[in-house]
Design a protein. Structure first.
Length: 379
């Protein structure tokens, strides 16, 4: 296959997150199988305009905030300059509606849609732009095939009007040969919980900080490590100062993969109190390391965490419930180990190789269906 793909960020971008890991795990494998993959994406200050990452030819245009304007012309130029079988759009920011740029079959990957959650993350004008951009999605992509990363995302798409038969659910994988338990890396002596990811308001990190405060007031000597960077850091740091938690909540900033793995192994549980996620890749990376997760009972997260088996789900935004889950694990190391062991078993059922294989088959079926429809239209 000759694949032209569109994603707002690439894996080397300093702002890259789970959506970029997901894309490159899948399409890097497809490239290794001999499929030609070109990615049109945004750049950043000092970025090379072109790169090859995991066998994918990367073309960078504009920046994070200008790609909405420069992306479509860049896609149009790429289509004119090359020959492709399918166009893949990874909709993890604003949809670019590539269906209006080509008659080629279009394959849409959807981690999750923001909907009204955009208004709790961004300024009103920006949130309104995101919300409005998502509204025509069923009509704008009526010819496209959809790849949802969870049943929650599939159900959201279906509620918006996308026919269910056009949506395939393909769960993300996890590298269970890298993310593994290690008997030589014991958990922290003091019960320490861990957040790993971008520091964004909708991720609910402020709820985790408040829960640490509440748990400590109930006598649990717990702490929280926050690994990652993002535009919500200054606000979160002020919350920590205001609550007098500077000795109990640490901001670690960006961490490399080896450091992240060590943190996952040492934590008593990862915490992801987000309002909405496509899946929750950190939860399964933790599970692969034998570490439980505490997460909001939210779309996506309730699939990457199995309640009372690989961790605990709590109502979103419920500080008392989250603090109670922290206290429960902090008081019961055996329960932490039991959830961790079941988490490892769950992670072993998830494979990037299998996800890439399913994606390849779905892409090929999409191309075949489009060609058959074209032949029918000509007769």
């Amino acid at each position: 296959m000759r694949i032209l793909a569109v994603n707002w960020l690439d894996l080397e971008n300093p702002q890259a997150g789970g959506a970029e890991v997901h894309f490159f795990e899948l399409f890097g494998r497809l490239a290794a199988q001999g499929h030609a993959v070109t990615l049109v994406t945004s750049g950043w200050k000092g970025a090379a305009p072109r790169a090859t990452i995991r066998g994918i030819a990367v073309e960078r245009h504009g920046g994070r905030y200008t790609f909405a304007l420069r992306g479509r012309p860049a896609i149009r130029r790429a289509l004119a300059a090359g020959t492709y079988d399918v166009v893949v759009e990874d909709v993890n920011k604003l949809p670019l509606y590539v269906t209006t740029l080509t008659r080629l079959p279009v394959y849409v990957i959807v981690p999750h849609l923001f909907g009204t959650t955009a208004f709790r993350e961004a300024s009103w004008p920006m949130a309104a732009a995101v919300w409005l951009a998502e509204r025509p999605l069923p009509r704008g992509y009526r010819r496209a095939a959809f790849h949802a990363i969870s049943e929650s995302t599939r159900d959201d798409l279906a509620r918006r009007g996308v026919p269910r038969e056009r949506i395939a659910v393909i769960y993300p994988g996890v590298d269970a040969t890298w993310f593994t338990p290690d008997a030589g890396t014991p958990r922290t002596a003091r019960p320490t919980f861990l957040y790993v990811g971008r520091l964004k308001r909708y991720k609910g990190i402020a709820t985790a900080i408040a829960a640490v405060d509440a748990a400590r007031r109930e006598g649990a000597d717990v702490s929280l490590d926050i690994a990652g960077q993002g535009d919500d850091r200054a606000r979160l740091e002020e919350i920590v100062r205001a609550r007098g938690l500077a000795e109990h909540v640490r901001f670690l900033g960006f961490v490399d993969e080896e450091t992240k793995r060590a943190l996952l192994r040492r934590a008593w549980a990862v915490v992801l109190p987000s309002e909405k996620e496509g899946w929750g890749i950190t939860n399964v990376e933790a599970a692969a390391c034998g570490t439980p997760a505490i997460a909001s009972d939210s779309p996506g997260l309730k699939e990457s965490v199995r309640h009372e088996e690989t961790g605990l789900l709590v109502p979103h935004g419920d500080v008392a419930a989250l603090a109670g889950a922290m206290r429960r694990l902090a008081a019961d190391p055996a329960l932490v180990q039991r959830y961790g062991a079941k988490g490892r078993a769950f992670a072993l059922t998830l494979s990037w190789d299998a996800a890439a294989e399913q994606t390849g088959r779905h892409l090929e079926a999409t191309i075949r269906a489009a060609r058959a429809e074209e032949r029918t239209d000509r007769t």
